[in-house]
Design a protein around this ligand. Structure first.
Ligand code: NCD
Length: 303
């Protein structure tokens, strides 16, 4: 596979294989510790990140490889006016694989057309985030032991939340998946995503009421309101605390609910929930590192 821009670039079988390799790495990390000797990953982050960038970097180090890159476009030649394509062509001379995050939708795709090395989209604007989705799929597979027969609630900013868009796209492939899309009116799921759900003949409900549906869910995927994608501070302030998941709301939830969040959390999950055995969001972070290790191996064609 040359690039990972959209989760659909991976077949169902490839995703299954990645999950299998990630689980093997979790069991026997020592078998993988020198697989990427002498290989270099470049992380080009034109937009802030804690987990995704460090997760890629930790993944590469644990495979015995090296990492170069930047975490702030102001410290790169972008600030001098260099185009993304030129930056990518340059970095391709120094690295074997590139993970890039960019505030503009489609930037990693444009970059991939000029790149001499594989490109991984580490998040493009409010569009896609395929490696978060691989993280989410590994989390679901480990915590629920299945990727089918699930009622999945997605809650918060479903309009700008790229992790939500990629996760829905991925889950459309599995049998008997039902989506409960929980958001305020202003942050509803984009029409093109809902059209895709309809085309796949999957069921979905749109609501702004988390309490009405929380008892039906196998997975509750909370998200923060994406401040940086708002044009207007007033709207952000009005919507940012629309949902706060707390122990009281969770009383109605199933005992084996899996609570996920791509993080960072702002206020949307009370810290008191962190000790609830159903809270999976910090485990999810760890799964992210393992699945990125599996992905780097696949993209570099290393067994
Ligand atoms: C997400 C992102 O960057 O889209 N974070 C992440 O990668 N784990 C979610 C977010 O920023 O809200």
């Amino acid at each position: 596979m040359k690039n990972l821009i959209d989760i659909k670039d991976l077949t169902e079988q490839e995703i299954e294989d990645l999950i299998k390799v990630a689980k093997n790495i979790m069991k026997n990390p020592e078998n993988y510790s020198d697989k990427c000797n002498h290989k270099k990953l470049a992380t080009l982050f034109f937009e802030p990140s804690t987990r995704t960038r460090l997760s890629f970097e930790a993944a590469m180090y644990e495979l015995g490889g090296h990492v170069i890159g930047f975490s702030d476009s102001n410290s790169s030649s972008t600030s001098k006016g260099e185009s993304v394509s030129d930056t990518i062509r340059t970095v391709g001379c120094y690295s074997d694989i590139i993970a890039m995050r960019h505030p503009k939708e489609g930037a990693p795709f444009v970059a991939s057309r000029k790149s001499t090395v594989p490109i991984i989209n580490a998040g493009d604007g409010g569009h896609n985030h395929p490696t978060q989705t691989l993280t989410d799929l590994l989390t679901i597979s480990c915590e629920k032991k299945r990727l089918n027969n699930l009622t999945i609630g997605l809650c918060g900013d479903l309009k700008f939340g790229r992790t939500v868009h990629s996760l829905i796209t991925a889950m459309l492939r599995y049998d008997n998946i039902k989506f409960i899309l929980i958001s305020p009116e202003e942050l509803k799921t984009p029409e093109y995503i809902k059209d895709n759900i309809k085309k796949s003949n999957k069921e979905f409900i749109e609501t702004n009421d988390i309490e009405e549906y929380i008892g039906d869910l196998d997975i509750l995927y909370m998200t923060r309101v994406q401040k940086e994608r708002f044009f207007n501070e007033e709207d952000y302030l009005r919507l940012k605390d629309y949902y706060i998941l707390d122990e009281e709301k969770l009383e109605k939830a199933k005992k084996d609910l899996c609570i996920m969040h791509p993080l960072p959390r702002v206020n949307e999950i009370s810290t008191k929930v962190d000790d609830d055995p159903r809270a999976c969001y910090f485990k999810q972070v760890l799964y992210g590192k393992y699945v990125r290790m599996a992905l780097i191996l696949k993209m570099l064609d290393i067994d």
